[in-house]
Design a protein around this ligand. Structure first.
Ligand SMILES: O=c1[nH]cnc2c1ncn2[C@@H]1O[C@H](CO)[C@@H](O)[C@H]1O
Length: 340
């Protein structure tokens, strides 16, 4: 382990773009698959999962992602999965994480919304008590399921309103899923005090990022890396301080970017666009948040202070309350040897 990777390992962090089911560890996924005795294409052997999580393209990634969603059959599966995600994040010194959760996909598979929300909240309390991590929820619309999913996701968000719920998002494929159609749902979610954080500019061009900002009131953008193709958009994001939740390895593994050396992260930072570094679906992409910090350090030629700056940026861009932000920023400064 190099100096920098050991510095990263101990660095207090916040994660803003990490998916609930996408974070299921190989052990958990294999345990769930074993319960379904071969009825699932997902291997019941953790060692075979690395090959299973190899994606031809983004559409294939979503198909594979949904076969893992199929394994989650009841609220106990949800509670165990969520608690274990908290354990893994805390192991990486993540003190605060905004987990993207897609209730529609599980409710459609027969888990009642109320039981689903109670399960994630039970895991949130357990992870806070056991691991000292503060988990919050972004409820996202699975874009591939269209307006019915938008309707149901908004209903669950507003009617169940679990304590940890802070934001409203839109995930899944972008191609063939224009953002403007979701404006009524984002308007209602924002009117109810939920923050707007849709995915955009991951597998399509800058227009979906413009749409996310102008039509969905995006306060942050999931991925948004296509902004690098549009200097006017980068200037707009920089001027209006609209951060991109960048997940470098995800973009390579879903083929959104051909190779890590071609990732536009440096161009975005060079244009003054605020960014955070995130892992997206770590076990599916064979990565961890720590590894993503190391990738960003390499792409941006960062030293320890630069890497600490990435962690501080994520805290500043989070929806954590001001006192929580101040405490975590101070902890990062103390760790990195900076005077507070
Ligand atoms: O990197 C990603 N981009 C877009 N969607 C994603 C990603 N990772 C996981 N999902 C999830 O795929 C679901 C499909 O039902 C989406 O809702 C989103 O939560």
């Amino acid at each position: 382990m190099t100096e920098l990777t050991s510095f990263i390992a101990g660095l207090p962090k916040a994660e803003l773009h990490v998916h609930h089911v996408g974070s299921a560890s190989p052990r958990i996924v294999a345990e769930l698959a074993a319960r379904h005795e071969g009825a699932s294409p997902v291997p019941a052997d953790p060692a075979a999962l690395a090959d299973y999580f190899a994606f031809r393209d983004f559409a294939h990634f979503i198909d594979v992602y949904l076969t893992v969603v199929d394994l989650i059959r009841d609220d106990e599966d949800v509670r165990v999965l969520t608690f274990e995600v908290g354990r893994e994040l805390a192991r990486q010194q993540v003190r605060y994480a905004e987990l993207t959760v897609t209730p529609y996909s599980s409710v459609k598979r027969g888990i009642p919304a109320k039981a689903f929300c109670e399960a994630i909240e039970d895991a949130r309390r357990g992870a806070a008590a056991e691991f000292g991590i503060d988990l919050r929820w972004c409820f996202d619309i699975p874009g591939e399921a269209g307006l019915p999913a938008a309707e149901e996701t908004l209903r669950i968000a507003l009617e169940e309103r679990p304590e940890g719920l802070i934001s409203f998002g839109l995930g899944g494929p972008e191609i063939g899923v224009p953002r403007p159609q979701f404006k009524p749902y984002f308007d209602q979610a924002r009117a109810a005090g939920l923050r707007s954080v849709p995915h955009a500019g991951e597998t399509t061009g800058p227009q979906t990022v413009w749409d996310a900002v102008r039509e969905l009131g995006a306060e942050r953008i999931g991925h948004g890396i296509a902004a690098a193709q549009d200097p006017e958009l980068m200037a707009y994001l920089a001027e209006h301080r609209i951060p991109l939740e960048v997940c470098p390895t995800s973009n390579v593994r879903t083929r959104a970017v051909a190779a890590i050396e071609e990732h536009p992260l440096a161009a975005l930072v060079g244009a003054g666009v605020p960014i955070s570094i995130n892992s997206d679906d770590p076990p599916m992409f064979g990565t961890t948040l720590e590894a993503e910090y190391a990738v960003a350090a390499r792409l941006l030629s960062l030293d320890e202070q630069g890497v600490a700056g990435l962690a501080k940026a994520a805290v500043e861009q989070s929806f954590l309350d001001p006192s929580g932000k101040a405490a975590l920023l101070a902890e990062i400064d103390a760790y990195s040897g900076r005077s507070a």
